[in-house]
Write a protein that binds this ligand. Structure first.
Ligand SMILES: [Fe+2]
Length: 138
C-alpha cells in the first residue's frame, strides 16, 4: 500500500509528459488525436485507482476526524467531476469526425491541461502529505 503514492506520482509524471508532448504537436490534428487515444486508458485507470484504492478506501476503512471526512467527500466528488470532463474531452477529440478540432481544440486542451495540472499539484503538495500517513491502515 505504501507504494501507492509512488505509483500515483509516477503516473502523474507520465501524464504531464504526455500532455506536454501533445501541446507541442502544434496543428497536426491526426497525430494529436492518436496521442490522445494512447493516453486515454492509462489516464482513466489512474483516476479510478486513485479514487477507489485511496480516497474511497480511506473514507471507508480509516477512522478520521470530521474535517478529514468532509475533505475526502469533496475530493471524491471533485474526482468524479474531473472524470466526467475528461471523458467528454476524450470523446470529443478521439472520435471519427473531429473536424471542429481546429476551432476548439486549443482552448479545450488548455482548459483540460490546466484542470489536470492543478489537480496533480493539489494532490502532490497537499493531499498526499495530508492522507499519506493513513495509508498503512488500509
Ligand atoms: Fe492523481
Amino acid at each position: 500500500m505504501a507504494n501507492l503514492i509512488k505509483t500515483f506520482k509516477q503516473d502523474h509524471q507520465n501524464i504531464l509528459t504526455t500532455l506536454e508532448k501533445i501541446k507541442n504537436i502544434g496543428t497536426d490534428y491526426p497525430s494529436m488525436s492518436s496521442a490522445l487515444k494512447e493516453i486515454k486508458e492509462a489516464f482513466l485507470a489512474h483516476m479510478s485507482l486513485e479514487d477507489a484504492e485511496f480516497y474511497v478506501n480511506l473514507r471507508r476503512k480509516v477512522q478520521l476526524s470530521q474535517d478529514l471526512i468532509r475533505t475526502l467527500d469533496f475530493l471524491i466528488k471533485n474526482l468524479e467531476d474531473l472524470k466526467i470532463s475528461s471523458l467528454i474531452f476524450f470523446e470529443k477529440y478521439t472520435s471519427q469526425e473531429a473536424d471542429f478540432m481546429e476551432k476548439e481544440f486549443a482552448s479545450d486542451f488548455h482548459n483540460f491541461y490546466e484542470k489536470i495540472r492543478k489537480r496533480i499539484e493539489l494532490e502532490e503538495n497537499q493531499l498526499f502529505p495530508l492522507f499519506g500517513k493513513y495509508i498503512k491502515k488500509l
